[in-house]
Design a protein around this ligand. Sequence first.
Ligand code: NAD
Length: 296
Amino acid sequence: MAKIGFIGLGNMGGGMAANLVKAGHEVHAFDLAEAALAHAEQAGCLRVKSAREASADVDAVVTMLPAGSHVRQVYADCIIGAAPSSAILIDCSTVDVASAKTVGAAAAEQGYAMVDAPVSGGIAAANGGTLTFMVGGPDDAFAQAQPILAAMGKAVIHAGGTGAGQAAKIANNMLLGATMVATCEAFLLAKKLGLDLQTFYDISSKASGQSWSMTSYCPVPGVGPETPADRDYQGGFATALMLKDLKLAMGAAHDANASVPMGAAAEALYQAFANGGNGALDFSAIIRLLDSDGSQ
Ligand code: NAD
């Protein structure tokens, strides 16, 4: 089994590192927060004193950090040059495509194999080892990363070259944000037109308006499968994280000169909802913003 450095043991990284331990790997864990380190130690990780130490003398380094600036800094100061050149470098954080490409190029220049491998699935999937990884990087780097990622997820998909994992992640989440807004609008319109919402669900979930946002993550309490809507929009995928991903999508679309009017509309709505103090609520709670007279 491999020796793996793991940097960033927060909501997602904590569970992922624990699953690497369960798979028999020796995990050298580091986080700036004491509570996260203590939690990882309880899960069987070996606590180390710095990100540089986590990178030293290992077969792989996994990072799960908040944003691109953290990843750029940790790679420049603590991984490149500190990790053995034979180590596979795996960044699972959600970051901007430009940062993924910059860091990937810097790593390759120093002879490292690296992949960007952001995830789909939230904290429950991280704890349960059922994440989906979207992986960008050269074929040989993907082959080296695959068994390590497989120990933390249910699917590991090679999306293309460096940065392609991040591109897939933000394009997917832009689609998710836009379809969630559209699904909420459709339920609210149906209600104003006098339809029973369960009846509308029964029809639309089997008709051409069907989407994951409707059938797997219905934003209306008491309709469809159990979702965060049935728990007063607690838990699930936070509005603040959806907004982060929509902003990444808008930045990438700008750089690529892509036209994304629906994504831009979703970003504006999620920004307004977050500004109203709702950043911690599940993203399907956006129905409350759209429900102008509070009928839902
Ligand atoms: P989090 O804030 O809970 O965890 C990040 C951890 O990184 C923290 O414990 C922090 O102390 C640590 N950290 C920051 N800078 C560091 C440094 N220089 N050295 C060592 N540790 C450092 O965030 P999270 O919810 O675990 O999310 C991590 C990433 O996963 C983000 O990029 C996020 O967008 C992505 N993501 C999150 C979810 C989710 O549902 N939470 C879902 C999919 C993707």
